[in-house]
Design a protein around this ligand. Structure first.
Ligand SMILES: [Zn+2]
Length: 634
């Protein structure tokens, strides 16, 4: 929404109107109190309309429309399970995992990042570590729904080689599939050495470990300090009293025992400064939801710092929502959605005390309030974690383009190497399809799309170029349909036919050097470096080849695949349909349940984009370890 300076004044009033109307809609219990105010406002609106001022009604409608369309978009993401909660703690038992997944399904969370994955120290009898057991159970019962961060075993702290021990733990976690590393607030506040001294957040003994996390591309989530109020007097006047009275151990106001609040934050910043190659997600809104200026300055100073929202919307929501919104817009690539949703014998929704435990229905309300704060412009409503304090919060209504970064795109980039490999389902056709290039056949609507939208090199998401791909199969053929938004096409003219365009000895002259869509398909699980490659340009010029045993490539091979391309210059979309004979890919016909390996790519030269479905995270698309899965279904 663009606004001129001249309109700013009426806008301010309009926003006030919108605020109160939303507040009225949002809070049933407050409806009676607002009745009188509502009437006054309606009178205002009438007055304005009578005065013939469209300046008022138009932005009002625009603001409403913007929120409505954002919410609609976000509901769609939830329906597709795209949202990622970067901050959960799940006790990995079958019961607790089942409960977590049931709630995640109900609220539209696709992936939970379990920060309490456990340590990688082997059991005393040599059996698997806590981390291995947790990951194995979650991956077996709910594949693709969780990733796990590892935790550090400090038991060797007093030994002279602890720095190396810690680094080795990180290497072992990486080998076992830890998506990242989590440190709790115990560092700096609870953990003590053999002499009884608190371990320091910036102790040099930990430097090797922080560095190894960066080298292995394992993001760190780190909690230091806590709300400011936990350093203030321990009595009922403390605004966090309801939490503190049930958790005496959360109170750090004794200066003989604990470092000052700010000293902890500053020690973490020193660590972040010392390790520019390691990404630090500072949880709980950079551990300082009270001071927006400090968060802004720290994020600006340290490019390797991120902030999650876990359990701090009640605190962030107390600030001026316009100021918070500006901060989110400024650091939109650095803020990540997380909640501190915890499933143990007791459910914890951000925080808890001795009150009766929340129900699954309470969890749904909790998540609905998370969405409400990020997506609407509602003012002064009761927040999602009442035990944190008796105050109201105001929503920040992020635009959809920013919201998707906070909900999942930033996390997808952060976790790129640690996310479960994606899966494309090909549905079996009841009849063969004509290739038309516009996907009007209703059979295409039954195929669930996946997207090519991440940079192959580093996982950065390019929503504007998001290319959907659907798959279908018949006993004879595999069908792929690509839908590619574009700004300007870059192609070879005239297209070649009857001969493949490639020259491995020269740059810029092969088909893949201009705009193309690609599919790499491997049918033989025992030979991961053996797969077929298909490319089609917007001119419908084709190329296929067999990668015999990477890097060996057979360009003489021919699959006799067919393709049709339609370029819609008005809508700025080009569509490509491929029909690939299954017999060219495997001697054995697939059946429902067959799994092949697949990766999908798109090159768009005008936007300097080399995009992947499952980003290889390297300089080449030919990275079989990063291929996703093609699943044949009925
Ligand atoms: Zn937490």
């Amino acid at each position: 929404m663009k606004r001129s300076k001249a309109k700013r004044c009426p806008d301010a009033l309009v926003y006030r109107v919108v605020e109160v109307l939303f507040q009225k809609r949002g809070e049933g219990s407050k409806r009676r109190n607002n009745k009188k105010r509502g009437i006054t406002l309606r009178t205002h609106i009438t007055t304005w309309l009578i005065a013939g001022s469209w300046a008022l009604s138009q932005p009002l409608a625009e603001a409403n429309d913007a929120v409505a369309s954002t919410r609609q978009q976000a509901d769609q993401w939830r329906a597709e399970h795209r949202t990622i909660d970067l901050h959960q703690h799940i006790d990995c038992t079958p019961e607790h995992l089942a409960r977590a997944v049931k709630i995640m399904d109900a609220v539209g969370l696709g992936l939970g990042v379990n920060l309490s994955g456990g340590t990688v120290t082997r059991a005393q009898d040599g059996g698997p570590s806590e981390f291995e057991r947790n990951k194995y159970l979650a991956d077996t019962l709910y594949p693709g729904r969780f990733v796990h961060y590892m935790n550090l075993d400090y038991s060797g702290w007093d030994q002279p080689d602890f720095a190396e021990q810690a680094a080795r733990q990180i290497e072992e976690g990486h080998r076992l599939g830890a998506a990242g590393f989590k440190e709790f607030k115990r560092l700096g506040l609870y953990l003590r050495d053999g002499a009884g001294r608190l371990l320091k957040v910036d102790d040099p003994k930990l430097d090797l470990m922080w560095r190894r996390c960066g080298e292995l591309h394992m993001p760190v989530s780190i909690h230091v300090a806590d709300p400011k109020a936990f350093w203030l007097p321990y009595d009922e006047r403390n605004e966090r009293w309801r939490e503190l009275k049930d958790h005496k151990s959360w109170w750090f106001g004794d200066t003989n025992k604990f470092p000052p609040w700010k000293a902890l934050l500053e020690s973490l910043n020193r660590v972040i400064a010392r390790h520019p190659e390691t990404t630090f997600v500072c949880v709980h809104f950079a551990n300082n939801a009270e001071e927006l200026e400090w968060v802004d300055a720290s994020l600006s100073r340290y490019p390797n710092m991120r902030a999650d929202l876990a359990a701090r919307i009640p605190e962030i929501g107390r600030h001026n929502p316009d100021q918070v919104r500006r901060l989110f817009l400024k650091h939109q690539d650095r803020i990540l959605f997380g909640t501190d949703f915890q499933v143990y014998d007791r459910l914890i929704l951000g925080s808890s005390g001795n009150e009766p435990p929340p129900t699954d229905a309470d969890a749904e309300v909790f998540f609905a309030k998370e969405w409400r704060w990020l997506e609407t412009r509602d003012r002064n409503w009761e927040h999602m974690t009442p035990i944190q304090g008796d105050w109201k919060i105001s929503s920040i209504g992020l635009p959809a383009a920013v919201l998707r970064k906070v909900y999942f795109d930033n996390a997808r980039k952060l976790l790129a190497g640690g996310l479960p490999l994606p899966r494309l389902q090909a549905r079996r056709l009841s009849r063969d399809l004509d290739l038309e290039g516009h996907f009007d056949d209703p059979l295409w609507q039954t195929a669930k799309p996946v997207r090519i939208e991440q940079s192959g090199r580093d996982g950065t998401v390019r929503p504007g170029l998001s290319t959907s791909v659907r798959a279908l199969w018949s006993p004879r053929d595999l069908y792929l349909a690509y839908e590619c938004p574009f700004t300007r096409l870059t192609v070879f003219q005239p297209p070649l036919s009857g001969r493949k365009r490639f020259d491995l000895s020269r740059d810029g002259v092969s088909l893949w050097d201009r705009d193309v869509v690609e599919a790499f398909i491997g049918a033989d699980a025992a030979r991961p470096r053996h797969y077929a490659e298909f490319e089609v340009a917007p001119t419908n010029e084709q190329l296929d080849l067999m990668v015999m045993d990477l890097p060996a490539k057979d360009f003489d091979w021919s699959s006799h695949f067919q393709s049709v391309v339609k370029v819609d210059n008005k809508a700025k979309v080009w569509r490509c349909e491929m029909r690939i004979p299954l017999s060219a890919l495997s001697g054995t016909s697939p059946a429902a349940g067959t799994l092949w390996r697949l990766n999908l790519f798109r090159c768009d030269r005008a936007n300097q984009a080399a995009l992947a479905w499952s980003p290889p995270l390297s300089g080449t698309f030919h990275t079989p370890s990063r291929f996703g899965v093609l699943e044949f279904v009925e």
